[in-house]
Design a protein around this ligand. Sequence first.
Ligand code: PHE
Length: 452
Amino acid sequence: MANAPREQWSSRTGFVLAAVGSAVGLGNMWRFSYLTAEYGGAAFLVLYLGVTLMVGLPVMLAELTLGRGSQRSPVRALQHYGGAAWGPLGAVFVAAGFVILSYYSVIAGWTVRYALSALFSGFGGDTVARFNDVSVGWDAVGFHFAFMLATVWIVAGGVKGGIERTAIVLMPLLFLLVVGLAIYASRLPGAGPGYAYYLEADFDAILSWKVLTHAAGQAFFSLSLGMGAMLTYASYLGRDAHLPNESLIIAGADVGVAFLAGLVVFPLIFALGLSGAVIGTAGTEADIGNVGALFITLPGAFAEMGAAGRWVGTLFFAVLIVGALTSAISLLEVVVSAAMDGLGWGRTRAAWLSAAAMATLGIPAAFNIEVLDVMDKVASNLFLLGGALGLSLFVGWRMQDPVAEVTLGTDGVRWFFLWRMLLRFVVPAVLVFVLVQAVPDTLAAVAGLFGG
Ligand code: PHE
């Protein structure tokens, strides 16, 4: 173990903003709105909220408890409470952070590129062709590297001086921008049909198991759960933090921003009479799945809005960049803290070496969008859901008296037994069910990549 005393957040607000920064990211902006539209609008929303409350929140609290209690990075935290046999689960977390940041940074690179286009040239021309240019090839590699560089520079600055300082400046800005964009969008002529498409309930769809799988996958990805990001951030917390309250704030902010992002995206798409079909068509035409909703349809809408589209587009992509950056630093921090704890490296060395490795692993994703898609599926469906299952079993059954740890900083026990029951029975049951659905699909996607 490193000799230096463990770093700490300078304030509760600093921690909360950093954790919200981790949660709010690319997942909220496009994945959420797309899935909502695809799987029954308000019905999906209800299911998603249910999963977040019953499954996401207990796991969030479990991660905060493990991190704050052990004051260690994921591998060490699990070994601390569970013995050597649990170390490998922590190693899975670190591997997940590694894989996710590798391709996440590629997508983030696209958003930087789009923001620059919006600012300097606007979005004329064929938006599908533009997407193909931006998303694949050396340009994509270049912006991916640039984004990774910004990420590592912040993380190398330390918990207080890098991560916390960035979150304190950027998160309020992100909030203001999203609210501003939502207000702007509400005055567009397409706001009504946009809202209807987004929020009209199709309660038949809610009954399908596939929807539950997507709602769960989205909840874990969006809340940054199942790979130790929240655990790592909580390991820099003091004993006085009120973990249940922090969990509620983080989850509430994450869901809130996702909801607001939908209020921005759908009116924009419908403002110009682009029909709902555009979302699906753009996606299939370029064979890019969900990614299309954001990077093809919206620039099309911005282009038709003329001059206003330039600055609305710039602000929209600025929001994405900010969200992506504050999420990326949490992904990198998981790997960095593990390398510091496990290998005894200093922060600077750990940050630069792991970022260099991830930048390299991301290169194939920058040359082939199918590789990126498969990395995303493997990471969120296998690593995150599997990791969350391991976490819930660990804190539910293995860890000695997690309730004693979670109660520190609060004024009583009240509903903590309910938390433990959820972790023991409800969360694992839901996750096993979802994994049974997700694993074959994911393996088929991997096989498809190699089998052609
Ligand atoms: N929550 C982030 C988003 O929505 C992604 C992320 C996943 C970050 C896992 C950290 C850990 O974009």
